[in-house]
Design a protein around this ligand. Sequence first.
Ligand SMILES: [Zn+2]
Length: 238
Amino acid sequence: MSEYVNCNLCGTDDTELLFIKDDCKIVKCKKCSLVYINPRIGEERRREKYRGDYSLGYIAKEASKRKRARKIIKRILKFKRRGKFLDIGCSAGFILEAARKKGFEPYGVEISPHALRYVREELKLEVFEGYLEDAVFPDSFFDVVTMYNLLEHVSDPTRLLIEIRRIIKSDALIEIWTPNIGHKRAQRMGREWPNIISEHLYYFDLESLRKLLEKTGFYLFKNQFTFKDGLKVYVRPK
Ligand SMILES: [Zn+2]
């Protein structure tokens, strides 16, 4: 069962076809330039994908992922030194582990059973199983929220960001990483760009991500393109 959606950023349904890959149509909104898959597979089948082996590849790269997590926390410490730290789509929990070591209070949200088992048994961290909206965290609760390779997977990024806006403190820091379709490598490779996969429902560039953040109550105060063809942004609530 597939589902047809309007543009998540501006709400219209007026797109041009960029290309087709593995039966997925990648379209671009003519009004706001957001790139997304439409139509896409339905919620149940999407969730099924993450129930399978999805996180195993990530867990297998344990050593390098831990190193990456330590670097991420080191940078976050320049902006925030303590408080409640939420990683959405925390996978095996390496970010939370590194945050805990530096004195943050870790919270995670994850749907993959393999990742959940690892984070609970190996790292002894209790994380919420499900989607962020189902966790129903209190208002103004978090000091730091991170999302690494998550936003491109969610079915309704606007709704997710509005929920994040509700649960963060007024001086919170948010860090987001997502593939950058505006990168020259993505532009050159087109449909062969490795990030074009059926799990990635949305493809942001700096402009569309900035617009989405502004629409949902945030502003982007720092961005970097330093890691391969990804987009890394630091964000605060308006
Ligand atoms: Zn649009």
